[in-house]
Design a protein around this ligand. Structure first.
Ligand code: HEM
Length: 442
């Protein structure tokens, strides 16, 4: 059996190598795919890192051969413990089954008003002609929404301390995606101290809420109460520690991803006036008199949905993922030895001209039923796939479509050209310099 092509000795020192998976992972992956095709390998001593740029391989990793791969030990374990984001095997499967009903359509519809109320609260503070960082605003908005839907908590008033703690956790996570995370994590830096304190504060608040709920007969209708009621097949429910880990997983996974996609959507609309016009025509038709969207409106907002889908294609918040081979894995006539890490990029595959015409162009109209039917499996997979796919997908879709509608019908945004809209490939795909926009009230 042939070994996959070895493209470069891995050199972790900046300047010691043109490429480094830590310094500029996207560039490394793009250049490797350009030069070596859909599967190649970087080796360092015994360690092998593979880069796969083929939807058919991704399908095997995530779906058809998923049993042969693990997610490894994710960086978020320190924060979410043994929650759904990081757990594995039978335990993960059991937890996901238990949690899934909390994301069913009927349950989600009850969160629609929370979503638009928050959008109203945040945008009511905006002023005509004001310039602000829309990414910050979207973080504030999605954090507020997920806190309310999960715990019925208000990060904007009584939960201000929690919002601050979450910012500190996010700052720490951001540091973990730096090239020197391993070393930085062990140093007595303020970011590490703030993170430890923030985690203690979050834990104290979350455990207190869980205790209060256990001692109360009232149903607050939030995600936590759904999880508290959930029963395993063999009987019994989750422990407090497990409830803490699961809700923390949802908290963490459920705000920055959506904040980023909303930011990129508003940016893309500002750059594409004809798309914006078409969107406004749909909003005027479905939501006459700038009515606030409801969950029932979402299926009718078909063009808004295309705007969201096309944004996810160009700017997938989770821009790359990876799996570790548990046993030797044979693919395309190559052997990938057990223990190897295989990386693949949603961003790259979703911009590949083999699957998309004019892939760099923002064109929501490309999403026709015919086009979708002809798209290979896993050529569009912003929410992953298989048993580890995103549990929050229906939540994120409803939230994003309603918020794009609610914001765009009232506000026109003009991007400040002095702030480049470049991407930053940290754990999520963020705008490198924030997203400064001038707001005009419609
Ligand atoms: C546009 C927004 C979002 C995007 C693009 C997104 C994307 C993803 C992707 C790609 C994965 C799979 C990662 C992998 O295969 O390694 C994932 C997993 C996950 N997401 Fe999301 N997500 C979004 C929003 C949300 C929301 C709103 C929640 C919760 C409220 C959420 C909760 C989770 C959880 C818990 C997992 C882990 C699932 C598991 O391992 O079984 N996500 N997400």
């Amino acid at each position: 059996m042939a070994a996959a092509k070895v493209i470069e000795e891995y050199k972790p020192i900046p300047g010691g190598s043109i490429y480094s998976i830590r310094i500029d992972p996207l560039k490394l992956m793009q250049d490797a795919a350009k030069k070596y095709g859909d599967l190649c390998c970087i080796k360092r001593g015994k360690f092998r890192l593979y880069i796969a740029n083929d939807p058919a391989i991704v399908k095997e990793l995530l779906l058809t051969k998923h049993m042969n791969f693990s997610k490894g030990s994710p960086k978020t374990k320190k924060i979410v413990g043994d929650g759904i984001l990081t757990s594995s095997g039978d335990f993960h499967h059991k937890q996901k089954r238990l949690m899934q009903p909390a994301f069913h359509q009927q349950q989600l519809a009850s969160y629609a008003t929370i979503m638009t109320d928050f959008a109203g609260r945040v945008t009511n503070e905006w002023k005509d002609g004001q310039e602000l960082d829309v990414r910050d605003q979207m973080m504030r908005l999605t954090m507020g929404i997920v806190a309310k839907c999960l715990y019925s908590a208000d990060v904007e008033s009584d939960w201000k301390e929690v919002a601050k703690a979450l910012y500190d956790v996010n700052e720490y996570l951001d540091m973990l995606s730096s090239p020197f995370a391993g070393v930085l994590d062990r140093l007595p830096l303020p970011v590490n101290r703030r993170f430890r304190r923030a985690l203690q504060e979050l834990d104290a608040v979350i455990y207190k809420i869980i205790e209060q709920r256990r001692n109360s007969t009232a149903d607050s209708g939030d995600l936590l109460s759904t999880l508290l009621k959930a029963q395993y097949e063999e009987g019994g429910g989750m422990t407090n520690k497990q409830l803490r880990d699961e809700t923390m997983s949802l908290f963490l996974a459920g705000h920055e991803t959506t904040a980023n996609v909303l930011t990129w959507a508003l940016y893309l609309l500002s750059q594409n006036p004809s798309v914006e016009e078409k969107l406004l025509r749909e909003l005027a038709r479905v939501l006459p008199g700038r009515r606030i969207p409801t969950a029932e409106d979402v299926p009718k907002l078909s063009y808004t949905t295309k705007v969201f889908t096309e944004t996810l294609r160009l700017y997938p918040p989770i821009w790359r993922s990876g799996r570790i081979a548990i046993n030797d894995y044979f693919v395309r006539g190559y052997l990938i030895p057990a223990g190897s890490l295989i990386l693949f990029s949603h961003y790259m595959i979703q911009r590949d001209p083999r699957y998309y015409d004019n892939p760099e162009q923002f064109n929501p109209d490309r999403w026709t039923p015919e086009m979708e039917a002809n798209l290979p499996d896993f050529a569009f997979f912003p929410f992953g796939g298989g048993p580890r796919s995103c549990i929050g997908e229906p939540f994120a879709k409803m939230e994003s479509i309603m918020l794009i509608a609610a914001i765009a019908q009232n506000w026109k945004m003009t991007h400040d050209p002095n702030h480049k809209a470049e991407i930053r490939t940290s754990l999520t795909l963020r705008p490198k310099y924030g997203m400064m926009m001038k707001l005009s009230k419609r």
